[in-house]
Design a protein around this ligand. Structure first.
Ligand code: ZN
Length: 156
């Protein structure tokens, strides 16, 4: 089976990010593709704004906001739990294949997975990469899985 990332996957992509603060907590968010916002929020209102950000602050209820600050989507309006926000349940590591953080940790601790590839093999993560419309960040979960693996090893 081919577990390589599909062409829709844009992890490790450019880092020419727009710096726009969250309208609520004022922390600088991270740019997300508009299609991600459109796909993941209920009642998306398209008022022509093309640039959207995601608030990475775990305490903040805001998930997405438009760069002009007019459109704000809080947690309750997002169709999936956003793993880095407080009280997200379950915490998905890979949204496309619905693999949770817990499953990744288990794969590392009980099944000897050492790399993202191992985890993918054991959990079935990243089988169908459709990150742009499934992952709240609109990027591949590769890096998320990688950091969970590192963290799981530390906790041992
Ligand atoms: Zn915020």
């Amino acid at each position: 089976m081919d577990l390589t990332m599909s062409k829709t996957c844009n992890c490790c992509s450019s880092d020419d990010q727009v710096e726009s603060p969250c309208p609520v907590c004022k922390k600088i968010g991270r740019e997300v593709p508009k299609i991600t916002v459109e796909s993941l929020v209920n009642d998306f209102i398209d008022n022509g704004i093309e640039t959207f950000m995601i608030c990475m602050n775990p305490d903040c209820d805001v998930v997405y906001y438009s760069i002009d600050g007019k459109n704000t989507y809080i947690k309750n309006l997002v169709k999936v739990p956003v793993w880095f926000k407080d009280e997200a349940e379950p915490k998905y590591a890979c949204y496309c294949s619905k693999v949770t953080e817990k499953q990744v940790i288990e794969a590392v601790l009980t099944k000897g997975a050492k790399t993202v590839k191992d985890v993918n093999k054991i959990t079935g993560a990243m089988k169908e990469a459709n990150c742009e419309v499934k992952n709240p960040l609109g990027t591949c979960c590769h890096q998320t899985i990688q950091s969970i693996i590192e963290c799981a090893k530390d906790c041992e």
